[in-house]
Design a protein. Structure first.
Length: 261
């Protein structure tokens, strides 16, 4: 598609250049290749925005601008939701049509996406800003989670970072379901068995300390409540009976003494 821009809108957004980035009808392996390109190109733009906004979050945490940091994190959550929703359009891509696209895709893989790599790396760049904020407020992470209302603004930021983790994993989970739907569970890709690579990724945590603090908090509660809750809806919880001590092992009988002759 080629034309001269005639409006400020087209000039500002560089619409001609943008629309020239997809293959022409005569170049496409099949009609659905346009869908495939548009979804992935749009995803790269959204991921570029996520990277930019997450860096803004780090700067705002360092400047103690927590309200602005939270506003930015909410924006990021919306973008991550859009990324997940965009994958649904690819549910209509048949396995046969994907294979026709795969023939002209070269050795490309979604694992090579620069935007995806940045989305996985940027949490590690943001979290030190949050830790420095905790230090300035003289509160530890476990103290924050023990009494979140004492530092409500800090707690909201911490949970918004966890939401980034959750929404990114939701998007990755939709991606693996799309892969299963399109090429099956056991089909290998150019980088190995695609399903196994994605499944390993689902176990990744981008803010591991914010997950670990939940284990620590529950560990404290479990130590204080070794039998669990102190009551039940059906009545008072009876303490579990102690297991009877095991009897000592039987000793072999001593041989009878011989009588002297």
């Amino acid at each position: 598609m080629s034309f001269s821009p005639t409006t400020d809108y087209e000039l500002y957004l560089r619409v001609p250049e943008l629309l020239s980035l997809q293959k022409s009808p005569s170049e496409r392996a099949c009609p659905d290749e346009l869908l495939f390109q548009v979804v992935h190109q749009a995803a790269e733009l959204w991921m570029k925005l996520v990277d930019h906004e997450m860096q803004q979050v780090g700067a705002r945490l360092s400047a103690d601008q927590l309200a602005d940091a939270l506003k930015t994190l909410r924006r990021i959550h919306s973008v991550l939701a859009l990324l997940g929703q965009s994958l649904e359009t690819l549910y209509s891509l048949t396995p046969a049509d994907y294979m026709r696209i795969r023939e002209v895709l070269g050795r490309g893989s979604g694992q090579e996406s620069p935007g995806f790599k940045r989305m996985m790396a940027v949490p590690g760049e943001v979290y030190p800003h949050f830790e420095a904020l905790l230090d300035r407020r003289k509160v530890t992470l476990i103290e924050l989670y023990r009494q979140p209302s004492l530092h409500a603004d800090l707690f909201q930021v911490a949970e918004a970072l966890v939401d980034y983790d959750l929404r990114l994993q939701e998007w990755r989970n939709r991606h693996i379901l799309l892969v299963y739907r399109t090429i099956g569970v056991g089909t290998p890709s150019l980088k190995g068995k695609h399903s196994e690579l994605l499944e390993r990724g689902l176990r990744q945590q981008f803010f591991p300390k914010l997950w670990q603090v939940r284990d620590d908090l529950y560990g404290e509660w479990s130590a204080a409540h070794p039998s669990g809750a102190g009551y039940a809806l059906t009545g008072t919880v009876q303490p579990e009976p102690e297991s009877p001590a095991a009897p000592p092992p039987a000793r072999a009988p001593k041989p009878p003494k011989r009588r002297a002759k």
